[in-house]
Design a protein around this ligand. Structure first.
Ligand SMILES: [Mn+2]
Length: 582
């Protein structure tokens, strides 16, 4: 499928100012197109983070935690089974354990005999996707209750757990919810809810990941404990050593990398590059064959994130969390190796499913439809979301892939295209045909749902109707946002190095330049990648198009990213082709 290219508009005055501050002109243009107006916005120092105080109820959360710690209570974190949930859990466990280790001198005695004072203990529980599903369900509360906790702390989940919180309350267990997902109509009756997306929360960044919310709660708790005289600025436990985990969860959850998130990610990456990281992070770099000394956001998103997520998809995320909590390298490495093996298994399962899916979807059928719904009874329910993402990417249609859940039900995971709100579309499905969908949830770009297996064909029809009724046909023509052309002499190390010093990701897309090239040579490598020699107005340059096997015409417009290769000990600029406009 070819694409239409459209250059991102940018503020010319801002671009000029940025270029005058010393940035290469094309990068200045790229940054201006992403809303950067001043050079100092590119300074990622921790002191520029939004302070915790503007996060609604974070003070109440800090008091609740500080009280529980002083009273030697049992705290149990309820995690989520994806990478954001796992890192949020590791941040919570590590941070709370450090802050629960109060110096004995100024800790209040709860009994006449000071030695009877219990130290608060912190543990975690992560629901297994297949047995319990997502969130603080009543069933998870019952399982948690067997560990006799005084306080449950949800991370990256809980905002929709109305029944679970009611169950906990009935059992006499307090609940603190930390989450970043959009609240529904009814909030759970928890003791405290911290969520930048709840009504009345004035926190300016609405894109904190679950791990970011937990990190902020820890900052507030430590400040509260200072107020109570447990620590001074000099004696308090450090929390900045958790930023590698915060960076990983933030990138892996593909939340928008607004300035606050870019600071969190930049700080984490800087620590990783200088070797200051959890043993689990270091060993994940090792098993992935990536160099932590040159760590970039893409390493977190494409190498570490999938290895952790593989545990949640195929077995149990406890494995991933244990890896992030391991304090010695040997144990961390053993766990990272298991995660790496699970990731290989996941890849193999996904490739098989993708092969099946492509047999079911024909380009000519897709052209006349707005949606794709797929079901195969051999598919793995933990991997359907990845297949939906690949098919959506390829055909530019909102796609839902289903696998069997139990005898009568199927569970689907969907991914959408820009401008088609997937959860709202599913909401419309339930209005067109009430009771067709048993359960659904999600957001604009992704959603999950459960159906009775016999209703699949009906669902595929109604889903198509709902999309047709609610979305603009123009959205189904793929357009690729680009950052304009480069001059031949701008294909340079200087530009690549300047680009790589920035933090790119969701909502802050890496530059994608576009030029008209003459194709001098092209050949396939390993039967699956197209290797090219291109000419840009007299400048010869090497290029590669990964997973693309169709031959290109002799003159073609290409959208590409820049990369520096080490070729036989020599650095050279290479273009990584992403799209062609024929
Ligand atoms: Mn999350």
């Amino acid at each position: 499928m070819t694409a239409l290219f459209g250059d991102r508009p940018f503020d010319a005055a801002a671009a000029q100012r940025l270029a005058q501050s010393g940035l290469p002109a094309p990068l200045a243009r790229v940054l201006a197109a992403r809303g950067v107006t001043r050079y100092d916005e590119l300074d990622f120092a921790a002191r520029d983070l939004i302070p915790p105080s503007s996060l609604a109820h974070v003070g109440a959360a800090a008091c609740l935690l500080a009280d529980n710690i002083e009273q030697g209570k049992r705290l149990l974190i309820i995690a989520d089974y994806d990478c954001d949930g796992a890192t949020a859990c590791a941040v919570g466990v590590r941070g709370l354990r450090a802050l629960a280790a109060l110096p004995t001198a100024n800790a209040p005695a709860t009994a006449s005999d000071k030695t009877a004072r219990r130290r608060a203990c912190v543990d975690f529980l992560v629901p297994n996707r297949f047995e319990y599903g997502y969130g603080l369900t009543p069933e998870i509360v019952d399982l948690a209750a067997t560990r006799k906790p005084d306080l449950l702390i949800t991370v990256d989940n809980g905002i929709a757990s109305v029944d679970g919180v009611a169950r906990a309350t009935a059992l006499g267990i307090d609940v603190l919810i930390t989450d970043h997902h959009l609240p529904g109509r009814e909030l759970p009756a928890a003791r405290v809810i911290v969520n930048p997306n709840q009504d009345g929360c004035g926190f300016p960044s609405k894109h904190l990941a679950g791990v970011g919310v937990m990190f902020y709660v820890l900052l507030a708790l430590r400040a509260e404990q200072r107020r109570r005289g447990h620590w001074t600025e000099q004696t308090q436990p450090r929390l900045d050593h958790l930023l590698d985990l915060v960076a990983l969860g933030t990138v892996a959850d593909v939340v928008r990398l607004d300035r606050n998130n870019r600071i969190l990610v930049a700080e984490g990456l800087q620590r990783i590059r200088s070797g200051r990281m959890q043993p689990g992070i270091a060993t994940l770099f090792q098993v992935a064959g990536r160099d932590a000394r040159t760590a970039r956001a893409t390493d977190l998103g494409f190498a570490l994130g999938p290895r952790l997520n593989a545990a949640g998809r195929l077995t149990d995320m406890s494995l991933g969390i244990e890896c992030l909590l391991a304090d010695d390298t040997e144990r961390a490495l053993a766990l990272a190796r298991q995660l790496d093996q699970l990731n290989r298994d996941r890849r193999e399962i996904e490739a098989g499913m993708q092969f099946d899916a492509l047999l079911d979807v024909r380009e000519e059928d897709v052209a006349s439809r707005r949606t794709i719904a797929l079901f195969n009874e051999t598919w793995h329910p933990g991997v359907v979301g990845l297949v939906a993402a690949r098919i959506k990417e390829r055909f530019h249609r909102p796609t839902i892939a289903f696998a069997p859940a139990d005898g009568e039900r199927m569970r689907g995971s969907g991914r959408s295209i820009d401008g088609v709100h997937l959860r709202d579309t599913l909401d419309l499905v339930t209005k067109l045909q009430p009771a067709l969908i048993e359960k659904f949830g999600g957001h604009a770009m992704a959603a999950g749902l459960t159906l009775r297996a016999r209703d699949f064909a009906t669902f595929a029809d109604v889903f198509e109707q709902a999309a047709a009724a609610s979305s603009d046909p123009a959205l189904y023509q793929r357009t690729v946002a680009t950052d304009g052309p480069l001059a031949p002499d701008e294909l340079s190390f200087t530009l690549v190095d300047a680009i790589e010093r920035q933090i790119w990701g969701q909502g802050f897309a890496p530059p994608l330049f576009v030029n008209e090239f003459i194709v001098l040579e092209q050949r396939l490598v390993k039967d699956q990648h197209l290797k090219l020699t291109l000419d840009l107005r007299g400048r010869k340059v090497n290029a590669i198009w990964f997973r693309h096997t169709d031959t290109l015409p002799s003159q073609v417009q290409l959208a590409y990213r820049l990369q520096v290769d080490d070729f036989q000990g020599q650095r050279r600029v290479t273009l990584v082709i992403e799209h062609a406009s024929l």
